[in-house]
Design a protein around this ligand. Structure first.
Ligand code: AP5
Length: 208
């Protein structure tokens, strides 16, 4: 099985959802740059203060900040792991390649209108980072995380205007990574529309 993987794809394609399942069921250690940055924002660290202005606008945090944040974390990774939300630019991918030879980049392909509907209805847990959807994956008790019982919240960048900017930023900066990993023989593209469990089956098949 492929054990060193990247989850690629536009905002809302289901990277976090599939990462959670791969972590819970197959023991993948998850490294999510989005979760790390949101934690830094909540803790009001210098990194969090720097990152917040970009995140709120739906822009990318500068490469040097992200690469600096990730370098040591990547060096510490052992065994079975997945990267969610990193790399997001060719410069980040080159920095990653200097440290680790990944086994596969799983690209979840979903169209823009579906993505807008998913993100504007998403609710997130600030504590364990589980994600829900008001219709597709509602928590058992309204507004409360099934896993840890914390109060769910709506991310500041999940408004329609910011989501549309994130989609543009994705196309301009991250989309080229599809070709980057295809050229290196690492790419597996999966249509990301359909039941979450069905997508999970396709993801695990791509890892064989
Ligand atoms: P980040 O947190 O990484 O956000 P993102 O890539 O925009 O991805 P999302 O978390 O929004 O979506 P997802 O693909 O994980 O989907 P999810 O599973 O939640 O980054 C946030 C910000 O941080 C960036 O904008 C940037 O500013 C900064 N940043 C982070 N990394 C960076 C980097 N490397 N470089 C520079 N800046 C960086 O699912 C979405 C919703 O859909 C949920 O409600 C879910 O329940 C639902 N859903 C999931 N699967 C399905 C399905 N199959 N059918 C129906 N609904 C589904």
């Amino acid at each position: 099985m492929k054990t060193k993987i990247i989850l690629l794809g536009p905002p809302g394609c289901g990277k976090g959802t599939q990462a959670e399942l791969l972590g819970d069921r197959l023991g993948f250690v998850r490294l999510s740059t989005g979760d790390m940055l949101r934690e830094a924002v909540r803790n009001d660290t210098p990194l969090g203060r720097e990152a917040k202005k970009y995140m709120d606008a739906g822009a990318l945090v500068p490469n040097d900040v992200i690469i600096g944040m990730m370098k040591d974390k990547i060096r510490e990774l052992k065994g079975t792991f997945l990267l969610d939300g990193f790399p997001r630019t060719v410069e980040q991918a080159d920095a990653l390649a200097k440290e680790i030879d990944i086994d596969a980049a799983i690209n979840l392909d979903v169209d823009d209108e579906e993505l807008v509907g998913r993100l504007t209805n998403r609710r997130s847990c600030p504590d364990c980072n589980s994600v829900y959807h008001l219709i597709n994956k509602a928590p058992k008790k309204e507004g409360i995380c099934d896993k840890c019982g914390c109060k769910l919240y709506q991310r500041d960048d999940d408004t329609e205007k910011t989501v549309r900017n994130r989609l543009k930023v994705y196309r301009d900066n991250t989309y080229p990574l599809i070709e980057y990993y295809r050229e290196r023989g690492k790419l597996a593209t999966i249509e990301g529309i359909g039941d979450i469990e069905y997508i999970y089956t396709k993801v695990t098949k791509a890892l064989k």
